[in-house]
Every structure is written in structure tokens, then in C-alpha cells.
Design a binder for this molecule. Sequence first.
Ligand SMILES: [Zn+2]
Ligand SMILES: [Zn+2]
Length: 340
Amino acid sequence: MHAWSVVRPGPAEGDPLRLVERPVPVPGTDELLVRVRACGVCRTDLHVTEGDLPVHRARVVPGHEVVGVVVGAGPAARDFAEGDRVGVAWLRRTDGTCAHCTRGAENLCPRSQYTGWDADGGYAEYTTVPAAFAYRLPGALPDVPAAPLLCAGIIGLRALRRTGLRPGGRLGLYGFGGSAHLCAQVALAEGATVHVLTRDPAARRLARELGAASARDATGPPPEPLDAAILFAPAGDLVPVALRALDRGGVLAIAGIHLSDIPPLRYERELFYERELRSVTANTRADGREFLALAERHGVRATTHAYPLSEAPRALRDLKADRFDGAAVLVNDLSPGRPS
Ligand SMILES: [Zn+2]
Ligand SMILES: [Zn+2]
């Protein structure tokens, strides 16, 4: 099969990814073999490719928003049959036994593994996934718009829940890409007033179309104090900006896996009055199932830009340069003649 491999992590404008030929992977005893139909392009793929995240597996194949079809399985893989459509997401495996796993916080498992970082992901014709970590997808949703739900959507929901926003609350979203535009749809469906703060005019337009009460540049304050905010942009210098936008008792959640340095915070201006700063680390399978059910119930739709899988590096460069709003999705054009 063909697969994109991170041969030398470095700037996306260089040549960090190489299209290589590899044997079709053999599923482990509890794993499914999945023929990839579509794979979303997440900012984390950029961090893996550029080396912002340490190398966990040499020459890894990125991609953790995979929509595909089960074409094989190990002897202990349960719950799925050949021909089933499945979703493969970021959280790939946990030990299931540590203190975090047993209290329902498997996202914090110190022995967790991740698709497209610890194991090869979906920038390829085939990939594998432990059956217990695969998702069933809403039947009505086509492959391309389903892909970004699997990381961008799930993480956006976890970030929203981490803010503790109450129904009818005022929510600010800093940055408005793949994850934020899905999070906004859930928050709006649950009755929140949503303010979007982003420098990108196309993203501001999308925000207004989706029903945001305001959409403006992140340098100024939102039109009203916020009960909660989520920082989606990987920019640490927005942390004090977002904290100052919070009302007393407000919460700021940081959704990304990677953030540039946060400038010094002044306690009285940015944290006093019980304003809180919370990080968001991956997600649990329960978050994933909750989000996919909400997406179906509320008709959450990803705005997508399809690229052929054979042009994955271009999609990553366009993501880095903010050349599209919504989410990029790679469509498998490397498996000619195979029925999907
Ligand atoms: Zn654990
Ligand atoms: Zn992701």
C-alpha cells in the first residue's frame, strides 16, 4: 500500500512527509484492519510532522480522523464485522487499570497511546485500530463531513464541558478552525450565546452564518463579559487576553495539545475574582460517543475542504497558512479500482 511517512520532522514548507510503499498492516489480536476512505487533517498532524511534538514512533504515518471500512480483524476483535463503516480517532489504547482509567478519566492514562503518533494512522490506504477504540458513525453522514468529527468535534465537546458552561451562558471562542466551528454548533444548540474572536475574515463570516452573536478580531474585548471561553488558537499570548474577557467566576479552557509560551499573568487583572484556567487533554471514549450522538441529534455539520490523499503535504501547508475555513479532509485516491 501507499502511505505518507514522517521521514524527517521539520517545517511543512520543506519535505517532512514522503509517500512510501509498505505492506498492508496486519491487525493485532484485538484490532481491526480498516481500508481508509477519508482522513481529516488535524492541527496535531502538523505538530507531529513539524516536530513540535516529540517523536513517539519513527517514520510514523499521521492521521487520526479516519473514516473507513473494516476489511479484516484479529481473532479477539469484537463488535464489528467486515464491511462495517468505522471511525478511528486519536485515543488508541489505554491500560484500563490505572487510577485514572478506573475513575473514568482514561484520557489521563499515563500508558495511553495515540493514533498517528504512537501507531500509524490514516494518511495511508489502510490502517488498524483496536476494536474497543473504534466508533460507529451516524449512518446519514457521508465520509468527508464525518471525518473531522472524530478529533476536532470530540475535542471541541470536551473543551466545552471543561468550561462548565451552564445553559444560556455566554461563551467566547478564540480561533475558529475545525474544532471551534463544531464546538460552536453544539453550544448554540444547547442555548449558549457564542462570541467568536479570530483574525481571519473568512472564519468570522462562517461564525456568523452558524449563528454566532458576534465575530471580531481577538485583539479587542468581546461585546459582553464571558462566562466561559475556549482557546483553540495555539497562541499563548491570547491567554491573558481571554482571561481579561471573563466575567467573575469565568473559566478559560485551552483546547490544543500544543501552545506557544504564555506571557506572565498579573494576578489581579487576569485571575482574581475566581477566574480559572483549565487545560484539556485528549478525550475519553465516553466523550466520543456523546459527541457523535449530539452531532446526529443537532445536525452538526463540518465545513470541509477535500484534498486527494496523494496531496496530503499541500493540505498541511494550507492548514498552517490558514488558507481555508473549517476542516481539510483527505480522500483516498491511492486505491484505484477498489470498491468502497
Ligand atoms: Zn490507565
Ligand atoms: Zn486531532
